[in-house]
Design a protein around this ligand. Structure first.
Ligand SMILES: Nc1ncnc2c1ncn2[C@@H]1O[C@H](COP(=O)(O)OP(=O)(O)OP(=O)(O)O)[C@@H](O)[C@H]1O
Ligand SMILES: O=P(O)(O)OC[C@H]1O[C@H](OP(=O)(O)OP(=O)(O)O)[C@H](O)[C@@H]1O
Length: 210
């Protein structure tokens, strides 16, 4: 096998499969709903491993995958040294601070309680502002936290805004823009350059009409 590619299951899978297909790679066994975790192309040149989105950086950093596709949020949160080679411009959303409108007037303690799936991103953001926070790490349904007064605000993904709106919350601050990125293991980029570079070139061309 020449290259191993870590693909995030979930939201980014469909786009990633379409992208590889547009690069002329046989993706017939690589369906969004497959339960197989390791899928190879017909030429046995590429091996796709289907992983939990937040684990993509770990597989690539450890070198068990040469390449990966992951959201910028996941990359920032894991903070691992990887080469970020392409902005795939899909999975677009923003990391935001959200809460009740007029949140500032509601805060009773001087340390803001922040519920989030992204403790590292939240800490970096508030550190930069010089504000102390207490982080409450959750793994989903983050918008529930202010409703139950588990937290004052949340730091989470906002795309259409439907989830915060339907839960009576609003964007208070924008932290950063997010999109999916192609990342490469630092050693693989040197040792497998003759395989990786042409694939990246094909991806750049394929991305132009997606
Ligand atoms: N509502 C959204 N709209 C657009 N892109 C999103 C949205 N939520 C997440 N994303 C992006 O898509 C990536 C994958 O999201 P997905 O929901 O599949 O995984 P996840 O949030 O890590 O899921 P899990 O909770 O199962 O680990 C995220 O890392 C982010 O970059
Ligand atoms: O602005 P919107 O278009 O409504 O999208 C934002 C929502 O999508 C993500 O949640 P996800 O669907 O992954 O669910 P979970 O994190 O609560 O499991 C994110 O954590 C927000 O809750």
């Amino acid at each position: 096998m020449e290259l191993t590619i870590a693909l995030a299951k979930g939201r980014l899978a469909k786009f990633a499969i379409e992208l590889f297909s547009k690069c002329g790679i046989d993706t017939s066994e690589l369906r969004e709903d497959t339960r197989k975790l390791v899928v190879c192309d017909k030429k046995n040149e590429l091996r796709f491993v289907l992983v939990k989105p937040s684990d993509v950086p770990v597989y690539v950093y450890r070198g068990v995958a040469d390449i990966g596709i992951a959201g910028k949020d996941t990359l920032l949160e894991e903070g691992l040294p990887l080469y970020e080679m392409l902005d795939l411009k899909c999975g677009k959303c923003k990391v935001c601070v959200a809460g009740y409108p007029k949140q500032k007037e509601r805060i009773t303690s001087n340390i803001t309680r922040v519920a989030t799936k992204y403790p590292r991103i939240a800490k970096m953001y508030y550190d930069e502002k010089g504000e102390g926070i207490e982080i409450i790490k959750l793994n989903g349904s983050i918008e529930l936290a202010p409703i139950l007064d588990l937290s004052d605000v949340i730091v989470d993904i906002v795309e259409s805004g439907t989830t915060i709106r339907e839960n009576g919350l609003t964007i208070l601050e924008e932290v950063c823009d997010i999109s999916a990125r192609l990342v490469v293991n630092q050693v693989s980029l040197k040792t497998k350059a003759e395989k990786i570079q042409p694939l990246i070139e094909k991806m750049k061309i394929a991305l132009e009409d997606m």
